[in-house]
Design a binder for this molecule. Structure first.
Ligand SMILES: *Cc1c(COP(=O)(O)O)cnc(C)c1O
Length: 451
């Protein structure tokens, strides 16, 4: 029997289906007309109840045409994966459960599945199996909580009770980060009160990797933030010498591997991450290269107890197990976002994951070769899934980028490299086929000859 609720959900499913049926052929970035039509949302807050069907119709009729089709095969912007069928489906089912996944008492199902997800992630990434994982909203939030755990733990080793005494009068904990660190690592440090002026920068080589010979001094009051996957070049810091130096000094090592950590799941690319398993904490996203839906990220900490103590959220009315997600993430009430991650890993398995990551690497190399053949200068070594390119002048680079974006067949974004305009393409969608790569090369080639 259909109820209004089920009718509305059927309507949503029908509309979602229509959207996905056209995801290959849609303009990748909406045209001006579709964007202008968004003014339909500038309506006043309704004084009285309305019809859910009409709300959904407005959402689809005006919202859908103005979406960026990053869930399609032709999107190469930033590092934005699509949504694999099984994670989209699992997410859809879990939405009807609407669980508050704080701890076992709130949802035995969510707690058990996120535990399974933890095991799968540690195995897929081959990280220390005793580690705890908090499934958070983003690599930004997970990075922030990791750095907070790091600081609290270093202070505890020095005999300082951060929880009770805070930072006033505390030993100074410093942060050493790569000159090519992601802006969100700096943001996390800034929010946590490190002060951007006090952040110590580790110089990088021409690939964007920290140069071990120029590593600033480390001690037992230092958090060293390393990177797996630089956003422009896709390169990795040399973990073996850097982590060895940190160990010797008693520093904490945190690795931002928002997308790059997944290289570890590829037999062919795994060597890029050698030594990474010796760090203390790692962050990564599901919503980038793993192709799970937003928001989906992981904060992984070798010392499960330190993590649970730092982020503990037990209340008199709500005691949780030590590995309750509310004590491993910043959230108290939260969606069980580990479910989509579990669904993808369970369905792809070890070899399926290896295949997807490795395929994107090969496709990126193929893309780079095609662009190079057209006279585009490729600036990186394409060790991963990122392709960085430019033309002979900044004006021409910019013009090519704008023309490709305006045409709507594919999309990628601009960046700066070596103080010059450049553009970068990231191959990270499960939908992108080898034929789609040819389409991308063809599109750039056509726009280039029209310049
Ligand atoms: C995207 C990205 C982040 C931030 O991740 P969010 O999930 O968007 O917060 C951090 N570091 C790197 C290297 C990234 O690519």
């Amino acid at each position: 029997m259909n109820t209004p609720e089920l009718d509305l959900l059927d309507d949503a499913d029908r509309r979602a289906r229509q959207y996905l049926e056209t995801v290959r052929d849609r303009r990748v970035f909406p045209d001006t007309r579709a964007v202008d039509a968004l003014s339909a949302f500038d309506e006043p807050f309704p004084a009285t109840p309305g019809d859910g069907t009409a709300t959904l119709a407005l959402l689809d009729d005006v919202g859908s045409p103005a979406t960026v089709v990053s869930n399609g095969p032709h999107y190469y912007g930033f590092v934005i994966g699509a949504n694999l069928p099984v994670s989209a489906a699992a997410d859809r089912l879990a939405q009807s459960w609407d669980q508050c996944a704080s701890s076992h008492i709130n949802s035995p199902a969510a707690a058990a599945i996120e535990k399974a997800a933890t095991r799968f992630v540690l195995e897929a990434l081959d990280l220390p199996r005793q580690s705890a994982i908090g499934f958070g909203t983003s690599a930004t939030a997970c990075g922030l909580s990791s750095i907070a755990i790091a600081r609290r733990t270093l202070l505890a080793r020095l005999g300082w009770d951060f929880d009770k005494d805070g930072l006033i009068g505390a030993p100074v904990i410093k942060a050493v980060v790569s000159a090519a660190a992601h802006v969100t690592v700096i943001k996390a440090l800034r929010i946590l009160g490190f002060g951007t002026r006090n952040i110590i920068t580790a110089p990088v080589d021409q690939h964007g990797r920290i140069d071990p010979a120029q590593l600033p001094d480390l001690d037992d009051r230092t958090i060293l933030c390393l990177q797996a996957g630089e956003v422009n070049t896709g390169e990795f810091d040399p973990f073996v010498p850097l982590i060895a130096a940190a160990r010797k000094a008693g520093a904490w090592v945190h690795v931002d591997g928002a997308f790059g950590l997944w290289a570890r799941a590829s037999t062919e690319l795994r060597h890029l991450t050698t030594g990474i398993e010796d760090a203390d904490s790692w962050t990564t996203d599901g919503h980038k290269w793993l192709n799970t839906p937003y928001d989906s990220a992981m904060s992984i900490c070798r010392d499960a107890e330190a993590m649970a103590a730092s982020l503990n959220a037990d209340a008199v009315y709500a005691k949780g197990e030590p590995d309750a997600q509310k004590s491993l993430t910043l959230e108290f009430s939260r969606k069980p976002r580990g479910i989509a991650i579990w669904a993808v890993l369970r369905t792809l398995g070890k070899t399926g994951l290896d295949e997807m990551i490795t395929r994107h690497h090969h496709q990126a190399k193929c893309l780079a070769d095609g662009l190079r053949a057209d006279g585009i200068e490729i600036l990186n070594r394409v060790v991963l899934n990122q392709v960085l390119g430019r033309l002979d002048t900044d004006e021409r680079t910019q013009a090519l980028l704008e023309n490709v974006q305006d045409n709507g067949r594919i999309w990628f974004g601009g960046t700066r490299w070596d103080s010059r305009a450049a553009f970068r393409l990231s191959v990270s969608s499960w939908r992108t086929t080898d034929a789609d790569i040819e389409t991308a090369i063809d599109e750039v080639s056509q726009q280039l000859s029209a310049l």
